[in-house]
Structures are given as C-alpha cells and as structure tokens.
Ligand binder design. Structure first.
Ligand code: GAL
Length: 737
C-alpha cells in the first residue's frame, strides 16, 4: 500500500545559515512554523529583495513506523525557493536541488531508522543565484524564499507508479477514447512481474477498467500502457468542466491517481483556437503567484481563490502562469472552474550558460511531467519569456515538450517581430497601442498593457479611465484580428526589483491591486460576460465636483453588459448613454455620456445609473455626491479555515459611501482586534490605501472560533466570525495524490 502523509505542520525554522541544524540536539533557536512558509514576512511595498535573500534551515521530526520496514520512504517537495539540500539524521541525501518552481523527491529509505523518530532537515538557499533560472540578469518579479509549498512523506512498495500521462481522443464522437501511459519503477535488485490495472471513475463510480501484465527488470522502469475505447463520458467544457478520476493500481497495492478531462484544444491555421471543435477567442490575463506580506507562500485556499477571481470576477477564459510553473492547487482549480492555462518555464529575458540551460530543461521536463494531465492547460511556453532567439536551446526545449506531451501545442513568448518560429504558435508580447501585424498564421498575443499604463487604485480619475480605454482599444483589435486571442498584463499588481515598478517595488500593472481588490478597469473585463451570467454595471468615476481637470464631470464612462444604460443626476434622468461604436467587436463595448450639465462651483447631486436588458430594468447603481465615508466594510473570503498553522483567508477592508462605493481618497487607519486561535498577517493597525486594503487572517494550530472587529477613529465595521477546523481532521486525512 502507498501512504502519502502531509507533513506541513511542526517544522522548526531558523532564518540563519546554521549547518548544525541538521544534527539532533544542536543548541539552536528555532521558530515553530507550518508550511507553506515564507522565510520573511514583508510589508506590501517599499522593501528590497535583500531582506529575504538569505540561507535558512528548516527541520522536522519524522516518525517512520516499524511496520513500514521493507517499504521505500520518500519526501516529496512541491516547491522550495530556490535551492535545497536535504539531510536525514545529519547525512546529506543526494545533491542540491536547483529550481524553485517545480517539485522534487528524495528517496530517504537508506537514511532512516525504522521504528524511530528521524530528523529531516533542509538547507534552503533563497538568494538570487545566477546559476538558476530566472536569475543571472534583471528580472521584473520577485521570487521570495522558503519552503513555500506542501511537503509529503510517502511510503511505497519497491515497485511503484512514478508518473503517468493521459491522452484523450475521439473527442467529438459520442464514444471517446483514453490512452494511459504510466511509468512503473522497480527499485528492487530482482525482476518483478505483476498486474497493473487502470480504473476510470466518475466521482466514486467505476466506469471503465483494464488489467495488464507488466514485467520489470531489476532497478529499471517500464511503461504500463492502457487503451480505453468506447467511453461514454462527458466533455470538459468551460461552462461544465467535467472531471473524471483515473487510477493506476499495481498488484502490490501501490496506486497513483490523477484528474482527467475529455477535451480537444486546437490552434488551427485559420487563426482561430478551437475548444472541443468550437471556435473560442482567448481572452485572458497574466498572473504572478505572489501576494502581499507572504511572497509566494500562499496556501491552497488563496491559490484556488485566484483561479475563481480570474474566471468569475474578471471573466477571463485563459490565464498565463507568467513566468514559471505555478501552484498545483491553482492549476487543479483551473481544471475545476474551467479556466484555460498557458504554462511556461521560469525565466525573464536572460539566457544563461550551458549549465543554466540544463537546469532550465530539467524544469521544463518537471513542469510537463507534473502537469500534463490538466485539461485546463492548452499550451506549453518553452522559451524564456522575452529572450533573444537561440536556435539550439529552443529547438531542444520544443522537441522535449513534444516528446513528453505530443498532445499540446508549444509557444515561446517573445517580444519582437521576425523571430525564428520553432514552436507551434507564434506567441508575442505586443505593447504597442496598435497591435503589430501577426508574424504567423498561428499567432497569440501573450501580453499587452502593463508598463505602458501603470495605474493605481487611487490615481486621478482621468488616468483610471484612460487605463480602461487603453485595454478596451487592445481588446477591440484582439477581437477583430484573425489571431487566437490576447492575454493582458496583468491580473494583479505585483512586487518587483528596483529597476522596475513605481519606486515602491510594485508594478501597478494589474486589473486588480496587489490585494486582489478590483480597480475600475476590472469592470471592463467583467462586462464581457453575458448579462444572463451576471449583470455588470459600473460607472468609471469617483463622482467628485472638482477632481477632474477644469471642474468637469463628463464625459462619464460606464462599463456594462446591459443593452441600455440611463444616467440620472440629482434624480433627473438625462437619458441613455451611448455605446462606444469604435469598440464594436467587443461583446459589450463601454457606454459614454458625453455631456452632463454643471461645472465648477455649481450645484452637485448624486449619480444614479440604470441598467436595462431587453427593456427590463436589471440593475441600478448610485454614487453619493458628498465624499464622506459613512461605512467601514469588513469582509472575509471564507467562513472556515483549517487549524494547521498556515491556512489563511483574506480580510478586506473598505471605507465606502452609503451605497457601498469605495472612497478613493480615504487613508484612515484601521485597528483590528482578533480573539481566538488566529493571527493577522499584515500590519495592525493597517492604513487604507485609496479607501481599501486587505490583510490575511491566519489559523494557529488550535481549533475554535475567531472573532474580528475592525474600526477607524470614526467608523466601526460589523463584527465578523470565522471558524477554524480541528487539525486532527486534516492530519488523519490520508492524502492520495
Ligand atoms: C513585459 C514582461 C513582463 C512585465 C511586463 C510589464 O515585457 O514580459 O514580465 O515586465 O513587460 O509591462
């Protein structure tokens, strides 16, 4: 039997390079931590990478039961930033692992004492090592440090299933097919013969099964190959992302399972992308996996939330994991919510020497072997983002990607025209206001916007509006050109190095801010939904008398998926706003009211917009005209978290008018009072930034009820309650992955 135990809790951590940490009994000071863990908590801006670029040590006792004697013992790391050396009982296990974005395992069988407690320790080098991608040149993002993803202890037989690749076929026929290619490893010095069975489940119901005989030479691996025909299964579609479970089980009880989705994804010569045979224009945003305060050490809950935000709040059908493989929790949830993914290898413009390129190829292999069963992933990015052409390096990465996964298209993200096309699709970062002529029939814009128009939530209204119009202008071209689609830069603001950003180490390129709170432009993306999915009606204004140049209050822009929007000022209906014809290829172009009477020093009243669909009033929205915040809104994303010492949920704070509109120039200080088993991650008291801010509420390892109160000098939010669920429930859960 295979046993996989989550060992995220009960780690000891020291932020110093203490080689003695690998030995039991060393007299050192440790902090007790849970994973995912950032080697340093940071402010949300105004910090330097030097603060977290250091070597630290993590260690943990692991009990290896006597009854597991005769089995193999592994430790599986989902991600350690950026190099790791593993020790067991003071002995180094293999060499250093290089690369922070892909998983690695260590076979510790020969290093452990069975029936005893063993000391597992990890030296974590989080410096910007020039020998490991993305480093060696300048990089417009931060990687942070620590054991920032999950760690598992795995017991298995000496013959075990190591990895598998699934290929779905005949997607458009009523009876579909599935090929499974599992890699089975024999670590014994004797040959082995046994049966291997592949089982396909719809939830818990077995719907197909196949058994074969496999023979393994000593110390070798072999492929267990299964071919299912005539499967009566549903398609994985964006609206109904139906998933099945595929398990490969060996006679000795070892088993590995994966999610499977039946879908086809084709980038055709006609310049259109087809999902399950239907043309789909790809509309998406790039995502960095970094968060305020915690860097990249975000637990599963925050990873999943990002997938939901990009799919549902921002109405995207694709996300690019710029510029590295991202959390398995994020990708699993992309499968679950129906969000397509372009995933790429770590890097940024710089290509290192041959040794560096070898690390990059290992990362490519690890990325594809980890992720090739995700139906959401439709393309591999096999170049270092925006690097120059390099025939040999990129011929090799492209070939490797096709060998490991014959089913998916490759792209290689560049930022110049006329590059040598080695991949299936010419993928291009095009920051021009008017997109350039496509270099190939198969062409996808993988970045636009970004540094051409950095915009903060509290920027002056004219800039905020122009930000929206800039993206609308590019989306219009994406929709009118024969190209697969466009993926804008970027979903969220992100921390960066001094050579980039707004001087406070943030690139304000997001459609949402670093806390994942929407800027006004977010409504442009959301309004591309059908009104039947969700009504969107958002005036692009702070509605002030004197903040626009010359005391104007018009033109007034409105993003909406309604078919008519009426504008009322001070209760007087000024009539319908007009659709912006120049954006006629958008599903729902923005509206504009060109002239609203009134000016500097004149009477000023409330704004109201009414949204109609098919002649029926479906939404109305008011904005107060007096600029006085009357409410402090405090909101948690979840009502329950896990008492594992690392799980957390976002607490969003907003100063609003009586109608719930954020007051963009409120910078009040909010005091947070927390009682119960939780801590605030982020400052407390915390200052609003343009009327809003977020912190995280993190569980301790005690279960119970958490109560939160938030107040400014003048306003108090409604008290909040959060439940933290007992650790036993999680610890006893045997995770089968
Ligand atoms: C691109 C780059 C991104 C980001 C962006 C800012 O050139 O690929 O990582 O730096 O510019 O607009």
């Amino acid at each position: 039997m295979r046993q996989v135990l989550n060992i995220n809790t009960d780690w000891q951590f020291t932020p110093r390079d203490e080689p003695l940490a690998q030995f039991e009994g060393a007299k050192l000071e440790f902090e007790r931590v849970s994973l995912p863990h950032s080697n340093m908590l940071l402010p949300h801006n105004n910090f330097s990478e030097t603060e977290y670029c250091f070597v630290s040590w993590y260690r943990r006792d692991i009990f290896v039961p006597l009854e597991n004697m005769g089995q193999r013992v592994f430790v599986d790391f989902d991600g350690v930033m950026i190099a790791a050396q593993v020790f067991v009982n003071g002995v180094a296990v293999e060499g250093e692992h290089r690369g922070g974005f892909t998983p690695f395992s260590r076979d510790i069988t020969e290093f452990v004492r069975f029936g005893a407690v063993n000391l597992l320790s990890v030296r974590v080098d989080s410096t910007e090592r020039a020998d490991i991608p993305p480093f060696g040149g300048l990089v417009d993002y931060l990687c942070f440090g620590g054991i920032y993803r999950d760690v598992f202890l795995r017991f298995s037989d000496h013959v075990f299933v190591d990895n598998m690749a699934t290929l779905t076929g005949q997607i458009l026929e009523s009876e579909k097919s599935l090929v499974v290619n599992a890699r089975v490893v024999n670590t014994n010095s004797a040959p082995a013969t046994m049966t291997a069975q592949a089982n396909l489940y719809d939830t818990d119901t077995l719907i197909a099964s196949q058994k074969i005989q496999i023979t393994l030479e000593p110390g070798c691996d072999t492929a267990a190959y299964f071919q299912f025909q005539h499967l009566n299964v549903s398609l994985w579609e964006l609206e109904h992302p139906k998933l099945y479970k595929l398990e490969v089980q060996l006679q000795n009880g070892d088993a590995l399972s994966t999610q499977v989705g039946f879908r086809s994804a084709e980038f055709r010569e006609d310049g259109a992308f087809y999902l399950n045979g239907k043309a789909l224009k790809l509309r998406g945003l790039n995502r960095h996996q970094s968060f305020p305060y915690i860097g990249m050490a975000a637990p599963a809950r925050l990873q999943r939330k990002d997938a939901e935000i990009i799919k549902f709040d921002l109405a995207c059908n694709i996300v690019r994991t710029s510029h590295y493989p991202q959390s398995p929790h994020f990708l699993n949830h992309c499968d679950e919510v129906g969000l397509l993914v372009l995933e790429e290898i770590p890097g940024w413009q710089h290509i290192g020497d041959t040794a560096w390129q070898e690390v990059s190829k290992l990362e490519l292999r690890a990325m594809i072997e980890r992720d090739r069963n995700h139906p959401s992933i439709i393309m591999w990015g096999v170049r270092i983002n925006e690097s120059p052409d390099d025939h040999d390096f990129y011929s090799a990465t492209n070939q490797l990607a096709h060998e490991l996964d014959p089913s998916r298209a490759t792209g290689g993200i560049r930022c110049f025209h006329g590059s040598e096309l080695l991949e299936d699709v010419y993928t291009m970062n095009d920051f021009q206001y008017d997109l350039g002529t496509p270099d190939a029939k198969k062409y996808l814009v993988t970045e636009y916007g970004g540094h051409m128009y950095p915009t903060k939530t509290f920027d002056q209204e004219e800039r905020v509006v122009k930000h929206m119009l800039h993206h609308a202008h590019i989306l219009e071209q994406v929709y009118s050109m024969p190209i697969f689609g466009g993926i804008g830069w970027s979903a969220f603001d992100y921390n960066t190095h001094a050579q980039f950003g707004s001087g406070d180490r943030i690139c304000y390129h997001g459609v949402m801010d670093i806390f994942r709170q929407p800027k006004l432009i977010a409504a442009l993306y959301a309004s591309q939904l059908e009104v039947s999915e969700r009504v969107v009606l958002e005036p692009m204004t702070y509605w002030t008398r004197g903040d626009l140049d010359e005391g104007r209050i018009s033109p007034l822009w409105i993003c909406s998926n309604c078919d008519r929007v009426d504008v009322l000022v001070d209760g007087i209906n000024l009539g319908a706003a007009r659709r912006l014809e120049r954006f006629s290829h958008l599903l729902n172009p923005p509206f504009v009211m060109d002239h609203i009477p009134g000016g500097w020093g004149q009477h000023f009243g409330e704004l109201e917009v009414l949204g109609y669909s098919g002649g029926v009033l479906v939404e109305r929205k008011k904005i107060a005209a007096d600029g006085v915040p009357v409410k402090l809104e405090a909101q948690l994303d979840d009502d329950q978290i896990n008492a594992d010492g690392a799980d957390m949920t976002r607490l969003s704070l907003q100063a609003t008018d009586q109608y719930g509109n954020i007051q963009p120039f409120a910078f009040d200080v909010v005091n947070l009072e927390v009682s119960g088993p939780a801590v605030i991650v982020g400052p407390n008291p915390v200052a609003l930034i343009g009327g809003r801010v977020s912190v995280f509420v993190k569980a301790t390892t005690d279960a119970g009820t958490i109560r939160i109160r938030a107040k400014t000098a003048r306003l108090a939010a409604k008290p909040l309650t959060l439940h933290s669920a007992a650790l036993e429930e999680i610890r006893l859960l045997e995770l089968s992955r």
